[in-house]
Design a protein around this ligand. Sequence first.
Ligand SMILES: [Zn+2]
Length: 200
Amino acid sequence: MQRLLEGYRAFRAKRWPYEKQHYEELAEGQRPKTLIIACCDSRVDPATIFDARPGELFIIRNVANLVPPYSLDGGLRGTSAAVEFAVRKLEVETILVLGHAQCGGCMAALDHTIGQDMVFLRPWVALLEPALERCAHEADPLTALERESVKVSLENLRAFPFIADAMRDRGLKLEGARFGVADGRLEILDWAAGAFQFVT
Ligand SMILES: [Zn+2]
């Protein structure tokens, strides 16, 4: 907590003075144009990677940047609820699913190292199972699965009826990317080629 309070004081001293007016405007309401679905991983902060100001990005973070399949089973679905809010209320223009290198969630899925006692994590990471087979025979299965985790989420997003409607009616765009922690490079999913290409 001490480190957090030091950080807060630094924010108030250095950043607040020049962001004050911006925050006052944001207090009237947020209008982010982009929803980012990223991993919880502490090394992959979307606001840092995209050099974003407060109010620019609506961000959902969970283990392995996953969107579960559309379901009305009555379960409490935090990711789906936030996606619904971003698309139907905020009317974001773009959804970006952001995967990353050295993803612990993808590693655990590949190696089947999540114990039975991990009662929430185990079924969550099992969302990657459809992608596991597609990656098993790749030269670099982890990188392949990190890319596939993005595709799994995009496929699930497209099956949400209100997302399909927004894509058709107002041009909502779905994009995918993967961030390299060690080299800081970003690769983007090229829909036409079905492959990821580095941003130059
Ligand atoms: Zn991760």
